[in-house]
Write a protein that binds this ligand. Structure first.
Ligand SMILES: Nc1ncnc2c1ncn2[C@@H]1O[C@H](COP(=O)(O)OP(=O)(O)OP(=O)(O)O)[C@@H](O)[C@H]1O
Ligand SMILES: [Mg+2]
Length: 361
């Protein structure tokens, strides 16, 4: 039997012409959190659906606790919990009723289902809402109930598909704590996420997927090390000023700044001294940015660093630089990414470490 709690080898999945997975290998050590990190359409949900026996792969194979997901699907289902990307709870039932129903569906006695429902509602801080229909719950409460529902039968392996997407920062942190607790108790967790910060906080190891392929893997620290620790983001009033600034910064930094219209971004990995030097050089040239921010690298930054293209916000299509384009995915071998540039943060970039704008000071 394999030493891994979850293992996938050469997993492929075609939906007609769409190669949702194009040969994915995964190895998840027992009792750890594994992060599958990728933008929209990367293939994360497809991978989770195959590993949880919902979908059959087109090629390759995978196992959970040594059970093949195709040949031993029933055994796999008995050992896993799944909280899908979209809440699977019944809107019209109360929280308590939902959990009881899951208990009964997983062939437990009425008494067990009732006791387990009460226990889980306490654990997820839903006691006050236990007897209210789920349609009155907030998004965070729904996600917590969904996670509770996936735990009714105490699965040793848990799959969480974007558990915190759409949650406010407080609810996100609460959910992280619950996940950390489960792992301390020995649960193996595979979660998908679009947030580098989330993978950083929770996952022991991460695979970055894009267009159905693993484009990098390692510890979150290794991934971030490809980036540098901080991104200095500047905007100028005029593109010509931005271009001039990029030229100046190029001389003072180890990595080339990225120029996009009036935006200039610089990866800073030499500490605050590099930032001070950069700003001094701009000041000497009478270039005053309209806004300035220091932030931690986002998934988007890591993407650009590894692939040379931004994490697409849309589904991969003919107009996207992607799997069919030689170079996009093959320029850097997994585990050996090298970074040069950085884009702007995604709209809900999780961590801004500092922001300032001219005139505000
Ligand atoms: N049932 C399906 N039929 C056709 N195409 C599909 C189907 N499911 C997924 N796809 C396609 O497969 C690709 C991967 O989709 P998937 O849902 O796995 O991505 P994802 O990484 O989970 O994205 P998101 O972050 O948006 O949830 C996409 O191009 C998607 O359109
Ligand atoms: Mg998905």
């Amino acid at each position: 039997m394999t030493e891994f709690a979850i293992e996938a080898v050469g997993l492929t999945k075609d939906f007609g012409d769409v190669k949702a997975l194009a040969g994915v290998d995964l190895e998840v050590a027992p009792g750890t959190v594994f992060g599958l990190l990728g933008p929209n359409g990367a293939g994360k949900t497809t991978a989770v659906r195959i590993l949880t026996t919902v979908l059959a792969p087109t090629g390759g194979h995978a196992s959970v606790l040594g059970h093949d997901v195709v040949r031993e699907a029933a055994a796999v289902r008995a050992t896993i919990g799944l909280a899908g990307q979209y809440a699977a709870v019944d809107e019209n039932l109360t929280g308590h009723e939902n959990l009881r129903m899951v208990g009964r569906l997983t062939h437990h006695s009425k008494a067990f289902a009732r006791a387990r429902a009460t226990e889980l509602l306490e654990r997820f801080d839903l006691v006050d809402a236990a007897n209210r229909p789920v349609k009155t719950y907030s998004g965070g409460m729904r996600r917590r109930l969904d996670l509770a529902a996936s735990l009714v039968h105490r699965p040793p392996v848990l799959f969480l598909d974007e558990p915190t997407t759409g949650l406010d920062p407080r609810s996100r942190i609460e959910l992280w704590k619950v996940i950390e607790e489960l792992v301390r108790e020995g649960t193996t967790v595979l979660l998908t996420t679009q947030y580098l910060e989330e993978a950083d906080r929770l996952a022991a190891r991460v695979s970055v997927v894009d267009h159905g392929r693993v484009i990098a893997h390692g510890t979150p620290a290794e991934l971030k090390a490809t980036m540098g620790s901080t991104v200095l983001a500047l905007t100028f009033d005029e593109p010509s000023q931005a271009a001039q600034a990029a030229g100046i910064l190029e001389r003072s930094a180890s990595k080339r700044p990225r120029l996009d219209g009036t935006d200039v971004e610089l990866i800073v990995d030499g500490g605050t001294g590099v930032v001070i030097d950069a700003l001094r050089a701009l000041g000497d040239a009478d270039l005053e940015p309209a806004t300035m921010a220091l932030r931690e690298p986002s998934l988007d930054d890591v993407f650009l660093s590894i692939t040379g293209h931004r994490a697409s916000l849309d589904e991969p299509g003919a107009d996207e630089p992607g799997a069919d384009e030689p170079g996009a995915d093959t320029a850097v071998s997994p585990g050996d990414p090298k970074g040069t540039t950085a884009p702007s943060p995604p709209p809900d970039s999780p961590r801004h470490v500092a922001t300032t704008s001219r005139g505000a000071s």
